[in-house]
Design a binder for this molecule. Sequence first.
Ligand SMILES: *Cc1c(COP(=O)(O)O)cnc(C)c1O
Length: 393
Amino acid sequence: MLLDRLRQRLLDRKAAGLLRQRVTGLGPSDRVAHRDSGAVLNFASNDYLGLANHPTVLKAFHEGLDRYGAGAGASAMVSGHSLAHEQLEHALADWVAPLFPECQCLLFSTGYLANLALLTAITERGDALFCDKLNHASLIDGMRLSEADHRRFPHRDMEALERLLASSQARIKMIVTDGVFSMDGDLAPLQALLNLAERFDATVIVDDAHAMGVLGEEGRGTMALSKICSERFILMGTLGKAAGVSGAFVAAHPLVIEWMQQAARSFIYTTAPPPAISHALLQSVEIIRGDEGSSRRNHLTTLIRHMQSHRSALNTIGLQLPESITPIQPVLIGDNVAAMQCSMALACAGFWVPAIRPPTVPEGTARLRVSLSAAHTIEDVSYLCSALTAPRD
Ligand SMILES: *Cc1c(COP(=O)(O)O)cnc(C)c1O
């Protein structure tokens, strides 16, 4: 019966070192987080710029509650779309305008829903999706839900992608990729993708969850870093990571945005996010684009380089830290149980560093995923690296 089966499955997962368990945070998730075992330096958050606890953002959140109430009350297409949402969509479009000849933005409750929308609403039977093997789970789920045919190419393998595109008879071709890969911290080769898209008349969907606010001029992400301005691109950015609050947006040609409002089920059939969130995000976007944003990004870059300067020291003791110019700094361990033990040892030493295991990452590549934030100090990173290299028995 069902409960017997679930009990057995849970036991199997436990035996394989794959059981997942939540840790309860007891206060703000900031540079320091509080767990029931005590205070820990937090290297487990995607709040890359430290905006989740920024006084200006918090003040705007309160103000938004007073102005708009707690909830949107309905789907955006019914009555849930407020002035705050409208203003945020305009502010986002203004921010990413240099990436597109013509651009409009559409807000979503989460990046997961935005990706489902992108992969299911635009393509139909007879079309094809070409997806990097290491794409985020939400893109994989969107791909599975889509009526389009789908092919996966080995991670960043442009020759394999070229062969797939060349042999495809699909009417509409969409290349789908993370901008920054979420468990490795490496970048998609966007210029090469654009070249292929032009040759094969394809569109490129970039999920820039880990790059918006973090990389490129004014934090415009990987397209800005590659100096791309093209209507062949559709950008998905999230607002719960560097922007510090919650939600996501799609930026694209106005026709794409108009069509999403007609056909994207994960946009239409869900309650609009609370307007206060949008009101707070107006401040996040302003900070990201301004002097404070660039100084936070500069500090973050210093931290990233400092972490990377420990590569050979980590390598000497068998821990591999791949090259990464992003706040995602994975320390490869391999074995699932060993990765968990390493994460638990770090927790005892006062560091919150999550162990990431399959199926989030491929079998045999369990790792610690260190996330750096502008809220950290250079000493925080030094302490972490000494803890990682400390001899263990
Ligand atoms: C976090 C993340 C998402 C999902 O965004 P949410 O707003 O958290 O739902 C999508 N894609 C990537 C690459 C992510 O890292």
